[in-house]
Design a protein. Structure first.
Length: 213
């Protein structure tokens, strides 16, 4: 899996990531929250989707609502209308995608595939780390993660902290050793991982480090 230089991200990758985040937050999680009170999404074959209520999901470059399939291209508001949902974020957290109803979705296929492949790899590795949990794709920060022993293990498609995809261990109970190289804990760029086991091994390493306090 080639993610380019560690820490770098093309403008196309960033734009595609922001559009995918808007889809997840405002076309899937928001309508799901209004109907069920649940915001959690899940990684699905080819993309991601809702976990409660009516089926809404991204499948590659198409949006799916039950038997309806529409290309994920055009204004966010128009896409919502075609899916039969209201365009809206859950509205229960301060951050998010920042997507607007009139903004255009025009996903770059290669960039979208890179991000969706990273999610698929991460979801599989999290299930190896803890087979008893279903990883959650959270719409606020757009990361897929699980919680174990008060530490969060997950993957991001990139953000303001690190623009390219990365894996992380979020912890505030660590000893400050070399593994912990981020304000929230420890992270590694996605370019450092070649397999499910590579990724699971990174999380196991973080989990094995002693807790303090």
């Amino acid at each position: 899996m080639d993610h380019g230089d560690s820490g770098s991200a093309s403008p196309t990758l960033v734009t595609t990531r922001l559009q995918l985040h808007g889809i997840a937050e405002c076309l899937l999680a928001g309508p799901q929250y209004q109907a069920t009170g649940e915001i959690a999404l899940a990684i699905t074959p080819g993309g991601f989707g809702t976990t409660a209520g009516s089926e809404l999901r991204l499948d590659g470059l198409e949006l799916v609502a039950g038997d309806t399939r529409v290309p994920a291209t055009g204004q966010f508001g128009d896409l919502a209308d075609k899916l039969g949902v209201a365009f809206e974020p859950p509205g229960i957290y301060p951050d998010g995608s920042g997507a607007g109803r009139d903004e255009i979705v025009d996903l770059d296929p290669a960039a979208a595939r890179l991000i969706l492949d990273w999610y698929a790899l991460s979801d599989a590795a999290l299930r190896v780390l803890d087979p008893d949990q279903q990883p959650i794709l959270w719409p606020e920060h757009f990361d897929v993660a699980i919680l174990l022993d008060d530490r969060s293990y997950g993957s991001s498609p990139g953000d303001d902290f690190h623009p390219s995809p990365y894996a992380y261990v979020s912890a505030n109970d660590h000893d400050g050793g070399p593994f912990w190289n981020a304000p929230f804990g420890g992270f590694r760029d996605a370019s450092e991982f070649r397999s499910i086991e590579d990724l699971a091994a990174f999380w196991r390493e973080g989990r094995a480090l002693p807790q303090t306090g």
